[in-house]
Write a protein that binds this ligand. Sequence first.
Ligand code: SF4
Length: 177
Amino acid sequence: MERSRKMVVISHCLLNMNAKVEGLALNKGCAKELVLSLIENDYGIIQLPCVELDMCGINRWGQVKSQLNHPHFRNRCEELLQPVVYQIEDYLANGYQIAAVIGVDGSPTCGVNRTCIGAWSGEIGEQYHTMEKGATCKMIQEAGVMMDVLREMLKNKGIHIPFTAVDEESSKHTLDI
Ligand code: SF4
């Protein structure tokens, strides 16, 4: 059968919501609407690594970009992304199309247009000023750590792929690509 020769590269949890920080998943298994529409439109799907899961495990607390944007996390992003970037390079050199990188807006790691920052750190409890620290957390128009790293890696290879995202706070995951 003639293959479609077109693919998207998507954040890990869009195919496996179980990877998300407890409480954040708005779909039971995967971003069903998005995935079904990709399947319907004959896209192959390349799954990005979940660097938060890799670094901090499934019982991690929710964090903000200000916490994750440190050299070791960025380096781990690069290590885990390297095999994906090699694949992308190989596909493109052989006439395949990578239509988009699809991230998760709001995520400190996978946000494309929007991520969260704040003075969020330390112990949790009234005596540690948790509420005051939480109040400093906000969304800004910036990419998350891994998407920053991925963009840079692709740019260094002269590869231009459009980046887009679904909204972390919406269970309706549809995109026009
Ligand atoms: S948004 Fe990214 S870092 Fe967060 S759970 Fe999904 S894949 Fe992991």
